[in-house]
Design a protein around this ligand. Structure first.
Ligand SMILES: Cc1cc2nc3c(=O)[nH]c(=O)nc-3n(C[C@H](O)[C@H](O)[C@H](O)COP(=O)(O)O)c2cc1C
Length: 204
């Protein structure tokens, strides 16, 4: 039974959450984790060269295959991660969603659990709106949205960090200078484990 983790990351924060989701998903026996990145736009590659940080993160991700429609089709559960762009997902992730018409037509994603994670520059930069707006296409596809319940340690907090009931999250800082808090990574791990466990229960 496969759990697909598919993400996009420019400066590495969503990538760190993705690795934590992967670690959590792998703790469930009988689950094979497939790790993929959303395809990059060719136009953006030239832009990436202008940033030393973005170039380094881009190189780090070269060994990770791009997500294909077959990856989505073959997965029994999926966890999607995108950085926030103006309170919403990044265009590259939306493009991946928009390429799933053939899966939608055949109902091939229906009934599969789906979790979400994101990163913002600032505390109130839109972690919740990004997760919530990412849910809309997933509901159209018939997926079962899995959130992060408050029983997960670290979910009730008042400090400036991630962790929302709509999905795992972190704060990158205005210049991407921050790293995910340990609790952000723990919550991401818990989300990965939760999606794996629910998927296993549904399809075993
Ligand atoms: C065009 C653009 C729009 C952005 N919009 C937001 C936003 O609405 N809220 C916010 O907090 N950060 C915003 N950011 C910052 C990104 O969310 C931040 O760089 C990202 O979370 C870092 O994740 P990554 O390290 O995985 O790339 C924006 C960045 C860009 C380039």
């Amino acid at each position: 039974m496969k759990i697909l983790i598919v993400y996009y990351s420019r400066y590495g924060h969503v990538l760190q959450l993705a690795r934590a989701v992967e670690a959590g998903a792998k703790t469930v026996e009988g689950i094979e984790v497939v790790f993929r990145r959303a395809p990059e736009f060719p136009e953006v590659l030239k832009e990436l060269e202008k940033s030393e940080h973005a170039s380094r993160i881009w190189k780090e991700q070269q060994a990770t295959p791009e997500c294909s429609l077959d990856d989505l089709r073959e997965a029994s559960g999926v966890v999607f991660g995108s950085p926030t762009r103006f309170g919403n997902m990044i265009a590259q992730m939306k493009y991946l969603f928009d390429s799933t018409a053939s899966l939608w037509l055949k109902g091939e994603m229906e009934g599969k659990p789906a979790g979400l994670f994101t990163s913002t520059a600032s505390t109130h930069g839109g972690q919740e709106t990004t997760c919530l707006t990412m849910m809309a296409p997933l509901l159209h596809l018939g997926m079962l949205v899995v959130g992060v319940p408050y029983s997960i340690p670290g979910m009730i907090h008042v400090e400036a960090r991630g962790g929302t009931p709509y999905g795992a999250s972190t704060i990158a800082g205005a210049k991407a200078e921050l790293s995910p808090a340990p609790a952000d990574l723990e919550i991401a791990r818990a989300l990965g484990r939760r999606v794996s466990m629910i998927t296993k229960k549904l399809f075993s």
